[in-house]
Design a protein around this ligand. Structure first.
Ligand code: HEC
Ligand code: HEC
Length: 242
C-alpha cells in the first residue's frame, strides 16, 4: 500500500509538471517513433488497451480512477490535464506513461505476474502515437472487439506441439491422440473421440481439457494451458478450426 502511495505522488507531481510546460523534464528523444501509416482504431489500437490496460482501467477496476475502455472515460482529464491530446502524441502523457518516460510511472506497472505487466513494444507505442497524431479518432458507440484470424500453422500448431507433443506426437501417442497435424487433432483420441467440433465452442471438449476443467485425465497439470492460450484455441474453434 505504502509503495503505491509514494508512486502516486511522484507520478502526479511529475505529470502535472510536464503539462505545466516548465523546463521539459522528459526526454522526448527516447520516444519510439509513430508508425508511418494510417492506423485502425478497432483493429490495432483498442486491442492494445484491451490486452494491456483494461484489466486495471476498465469495468472491474479503475486504478488511479482512470478508465480506458470507453471513449468518454479515456479522454477525461486527470489531475494534470487530458492524457490524450489529439494531434499531438509527443505531448500526450499517455505516451510518456507507456514509454516509461515518467519515473516510477510506467504503465502497465512492472510486476512479477507474467503477461499483463510486460511493457508495450516499440511497435505498439508507435501505433498509439500514430493514432493520436492522426486525431485520436474513437468512433461513438460500442466497440466491436476485433479478434485476429487464427491460423493453424502459425498459432495453433506451435502451441500444441510445444505443450503436448512429448506425449501426443511422433514418439508417444497417449490415448491414440496426436497434436502434430490438423487432421490428427480433428480425428481425436481413443476414449474421448472427437475433441474439436469446428465452429462449436461448447462441444469442443479439448477446450475444457486445456482450461483444466476435465477431471478424468491423468496429469492435469500437463493438460492445462495458460488463459491466453485457451482463448487462442477457443477463437480458432470459433473461426472454424481451419
Ligand atoms: C496491473 C494494473 C495496471 C495495468 C495493467 C495498467 N495500469 Fe495504469 N494504473 C495502475 C495504477 C495502480 C495506477 C495508479 C498509479 C499511481 O497513482 O501511482 C495507474 C494509473 C494510470 C494512469 C494515471 C491516472 C491518474 O489520474 O493519475 C494512467 C493514465 C494509466 N494508468 C494508464 C494506463 C495505460 C494506458 C495502461 C495500459 C498500457 C495501464 N495504465 C495499465 C495500474 C495499472
Ligand atoms: C506428460 C504426458 C502428457 C502431456 C504433456 C499431455 N498429455 Fe494428454 N494424455 C496423457 C495421458 C497419459 C492420457 C491418457 C491416455 C489414456 O487414457 O490411455 C492423455 C489423454 C489425452 C486426451 C484424451 C485422448 C483419448 O483417449 O481420447 C486428450 C484429448 C489429451 N490428452 C490432450 C492433451 C493436450 C491438448 C495436451 C497439451 C496441452 C496434452 N494432452 C498433454 C499424457 C499427456
Amino acid at each position: 500500500m505504502k509503495r503505491i502511495r509514494i508512486k502516486r505522488s511522484w507520478f502526479l507531481a511529475v505529470s502535472a509538471w510536464a503539462i505545466a510546460a516548465f523546463a521539459a523534464p522528459l526526454d522526448l528523444g527516447k520516444l519510439p517513433l509513430p508508425v508511418p501509416r494510417k492506423v485502425d482504431f478497432e483493429k490495432e489500437v483498442y486491442p492494445i488497451f484491451s490486452e494491456k490496460c483494461i484489466s486495471c482501467h476498465g469495468p472491474k477496476k479503475q486504478k488511479g480512477k482512470y478508465r480506458i475502455d470507453t471513449k468518454e472515460e479515456a479522454f477525461k482529464p486527470g489531475a494534470g490535464g487530458s492524457f490524450i491530446l489529439p494531434g499531438n502524441s509527443e505531448k500526450s502523457s499517455l505516451i510518456h506513461i507507456v514509454a516509461g518516460l515518467i519515473e516510477e510511472g510506467l504503465m502497465p506497472p512492472p510486476s512479477e505476474k507474467k503477461g499483463e505487466s510486460e511493457p508495450l513494444s516499440k511497435e505498439q507505442i508507435g501505433i498509439l502515437r500514430s493514432w493520436i497524431d492522426q486525431g485520436a479518432v474513437w468512433p461513438d458507440g460500442p466497440i466491436k472487439e476485433y479478434v485476429k484470424k487464427i491460423t493453424f500453422k502459425e498459432d495453433v500448431l506451435p502451441l500444441l506441439v510445444s505443450a503436448c507433443a512429448s506425449c501426443h506426437g511422433a514418439t508417444a501417442q497417449e490415448g491414440d491422440f496426436r497434436v502434430d497435424s490438423r487432421d490428427a487433432i480433428l480425428a481425436g483420441g481413443k476414449a474421448y473421440g472427437k475433441v474439436i467440433q469446428p465452429g462449436n465452442v461448447e462441444k469442443s471438449t479439448l477446450l475444457l481439457i486445456v482450461a483444466g476443467k476435465d477431471e478424468d485425465l491423468p496429469q492435469p497439470e500437463k493438460h492445462t494451458l495458460r488463459p491466453k492460450e485457451v482463448e487462442l484455441l477457443k477463437n480458432w474453434v470459433q473461426q472454424g478450426a481451419e
